[in-house]
Design a protein around this ligand. Structure first.
Ligand SMILES: Cc1ncc(COP(=O)(O)O)c(C=O)c1O
Length: 468
């Protein structure tokens, strides 16, 4: 293995550390570190670099990569050498559970290499990615329209299917209008960065998704966070900005890593009281909450009381893409001014047909959603009775709290040996010291799958002393 340090002059803000020539099966990492080099040491046998981690804009994202090598605190002095990096990388490779290869369709069971695993970490909550009607609709769309659209929506890439899908989505969310985006990430980032400019204050729940924060960053607005789901704190923050005319309140309806619902009724009342625009990211509620899976506004009886909803097709809708729904005025504005919607190739016909078919299934067959929630109940109660801590989850996403990141990775790997695919998540997706396994059952799991999963959790939990 060799390591190349670029820009390793003391005082430089960025280093690119490239590790190459790795042994078979080792991962290739290119790591950009937002840090300040405070000393570079060169000896004949190895290059050595000492750098200090700084609070920079980039740092919010970069530590994720750094974590692969060694966990580091803001302000820590990180001291490494080629030899040490190689050693740490080996340790991490043993525990590294990202980018696991799947050699089958996504479903309740998957194949990783030759190993059959019970999938417990998919957002394909209803199992629609393998639903015969959904697959058939996608195949037929390819036969009729071909694979891609060959253009952006604004030029020659708007199909009748796009128009129809936007119309159905607006109806689905009880809004006047909707606009498609390439992903849910783009729906958040493209909407927020286009609608809110420098004169806005954007009030965010601290656990909002990174796509929301990226949108806020691109907008140039002032961003203020309130403590997660803490209405007293939100009231305090709103009070501070009482006289500020332009503000928006942005939350997820179901938080993706904690699995808890936002108190949307209270938040929307506060938004109205303080004249704030309200945006809800419904990525994890659509499909599984509300009437026929219409999501959180339907569930909380808030249709017509929230200004903007963003959503992803990558979860219960079994596809890829996203959209924003709101008033005709807002959507028309975004359609003509959001660069993330304009300067990008439109969704394929197969994707549109997938989403339309998934909505049809939701409309006509309530048994899938009922089975899904039954499975959530079995898994939740089983894990709690084994003694696991599920944090503040009160929805379908079940975070099995582990705390220590290395232990969470190890737990995930031990589970794989027992035939279970369960992702561990650490920083920056969750705060330091709050690593967890992020689980969600699927509607397609049967009782036997869940019982086998619980038996594996019991065995591994005891082995690693997470439970007794
Ligand atoms: C709450 C939330 N919003 C937005 C996104 C982004 O959606 P997509 O995967 O479609 O880009 C995700 C998914 O990671 C999410 O969890």
């Amino acid at each position: 293995m060799t390591a190349v340090f670029k820009g390793e002059t003391p005082g430089e803000q960025f280093i690119t550390l490239k590790l190459c020539g790795l042994e078979k099966d080792q991962q290739f990492f290119e790591i950009s570190l937002a840090s300040k080099v405070i000393r570079v040491h060169d000896s004949s046998s190895e290059s050595m670099v000492v750098f200090k981690f700084l609070e920079t804009e980039n740092q919010k994202i970069r530590p994720f990569y750094l974590d692969i090598i060694r966990r580091i605190n803001k302000g820590d002095v990180f001291y490494t050498s080629i030899g040490r990096v190689t050693e740490s990388l080996k340790n991490w490779n043993e525990r590294y559970t990202y980018f696991r290869r799947i050699d089958s369709a996504i479903g309740k069971h998957i194949l990783s290499g030759n190993q059959k695993l019970i999938m417990l970490s998919s957002n394909d909550y209803l199992g629609l990615t393998s639903h015969p009607k959904v697959k058939e609709a996608a195949i037929k769309a390819i036969e009729r329209y071909g694979t891609g659209t060959g253009s952006t929506m604004v030029l020659s890439g708007t199909l009748d299917l796009h128009k129809y899908l936007e119309h159905k989505l607006a109806e689905f969310k009880g809004m006047e209008s909707a606009l498609l985006f390439g992903t849910g990430f783009m729906a958040n980032a493209g909407t927020i960065s286009t609608l809110f400019k420098k004169d806005y204050i954007l009030l965010n729940d601290q656990y909002n998704h990174i796509s929301i924060f990226e949108g806020c960053r691109f907008s140039g607005s002032r961003v203020r966070m309130f403590r997660h789901n803490d209405m007293e704190h939100l009231k305090k923050v709103l009070k501070i900005y009482k006289s500020h005319k332009k503000k928006a309140l942005i939350v997820e309806s179901v938080f993706s890593m904690d699995g808890d619902l936002a108190p949307l009724k209270e938040i929307s009342a506060l938004a109205r009281e303080h004249g704030a625009v309200m945006l809800v990211d419904d990525a994890h509620a659509s499909g599984v909450f509300g009437q026929n899976g219409r999501g959180s506004l339907s569930y909380f009886n808030l249709e017509g009381q929230v200004d903007i909803v963003t959503d992803s097709f990558g979860k219960a809708f079994a596809g890829i893409g996203g959209y924003v729904a709101g008033s005709k005025e807002i959507i028309d504005y975004l359609r003509h001014f959001s660069s993330m919607a304009i300067f990008t190739t439109s969704l394929s016909a197969a994707t549109c047909a997938t989403i339309l078919a998934a909505m049809d299934v939701l409309e006509s067959d309530q048994s899938l959603v009922a089975k899904f929630w039954q499975n959530v109940k079995v898994l939740r109660e089983g894990l709690l009775s084994l003694g696991f801590d599920l944090g503040r989850s009160n929805a379908h996403i079940l975070p099995v709290m582990i705390g220590n990141e290395a232990l969470a990775y190890q737990f995930s790997q031990e589970l794989q040996k027992e035939g279970i695919f369960a992702n561990s998540v650490g920083r920056p997706a969750v705060p330091r010291g709050k690593a967890r396994l992020r689980l969600a059952p699927m509607a397609t799991h049967d009782l036997d799958d869940l019982e086998r999963a619980l038996a594996a959790f019991s065995k591994v939990g005891k082995k690693l002393h997470v439970i007794h």
